[in-house]
Write a protein that binds this ligand. Sequence first.
Ligand SMILES: Cc1cc2nc3c(=O)[nH]c(=O)nc-3n(C[C@H](O)[C@H](O)[C@H](O)COP(=O)(O)O)c2cc1C
Length: 369
Amino acid sequence: MSIYQKILRPILFSISPEAAHTLTVEACRVAGNLPIAPKVSRALLTFDSSELESNVAGLHFSNPIGLAAGWDKSGRAIPMLDHLGFGFAEIGSVSARPSSGNPKPRLFRLQQDRAIVVNYGLPNEGVEVVARRIAAHSPKTPIGVNIVKTNDGPDALECSGDEIFADYEKSVLIIHRYASFITLNLSCPNAKGGSDFFASPGNIASLLERLRPISIACPVFLKVAPNPAPSFLERLLQEAEPYEFVKGLMFNLPPGKPDSLSLTTDRSRLIHMPGAVSGKPVENLINQCIRELYFRMPKGRFEIIGAGGVFTAEDAYNKIRLGASLVQIYTALIYEGPGVVKRINRALVHLLHRDGFKSIQEAIGTHTC
Ligand SMILES: Cc1cc2nc3c(=O)[nH]c(=O)nc-3n(C[C@H](O)[C@H](O)[C@H](O)COP(=O)(O)O)c2cc1C
């Protein structure tokens, strides 16, 4: 058992999930501005190996394990993100205007399932603040920015398609020269209309058409609802294909508590926990989506980032062999602590050796059954 699991986790789990989240982000923000803490963190948490390096969508990654969107929503801890052992980090979701998100409580732990129920509804300080924070630090680790439509709350009037596109366009215009990559979040499960609008055929293509004249300076990924149906994936690929700046795809959490989740927590408890489920229960669904997408997508044209239930090197390796070029984690950090990144990277090298791969890039999409 690590120090995190023995000492820090019990303390963090004794306060509300949102208070624990805020506390850890603030601790990292403060630590990142101290003279010694980043160096100590780097020495303790980083594992380097040339076998883990890769080039994806024109960017260099020192290892394939990234921080998923939703932890550092407004880029408050950017100076520390270079020192936690990640090969990259995604901040956000961030929107054109600041948002306070959904009413509290909006975060719940499902310890038995190693999961979190999240109903944040996209609170963030707005894209202009995030752009300034990235510019002030110039991070060395690739920093992606996850962009979403502003959530004006449950009582807001329904937006027209044009207003939705304009909201994304404003954010992209402000952030594209600062971000290493942009992820367009087209499927927020917890905001009004968030998971519906882009499910309608043609709306993804219309957004991309609207963004085309910007000549976006960095690669763009699309984060979509996790749907393994061939008709959904084929339409997604068709809509993205004409837009050169779209370099990859990834899957978000499904809204609510669909039967496709492997949940053991009593469903009667879940009634009191609105929101989407992260962590182990989504792993199978996301893996199925990755497998089906990789099988159908033109190789070399698109890359996949895989996130959902990765706790160990085996979990990450599985996603890579199914077709993910990069992997992200979030819930594992909550249950295992920051040391999990180094543990995954170190054990990934053993898995590569075991299977005769010379680099992580060789292993992508090599799952055979
Ligand atoms: C507390 C929490 C907040 C999240 N917020 C966002 C978000 O703002 N934007 C987003 O695209 N995904 C968000 N996610 C989804 C994660 O980025 C990731 O796709 C998902 O949690 C699966 O990874 P995991 O099982 O390792 O947590 C959030 C997840 C959690 C647990």
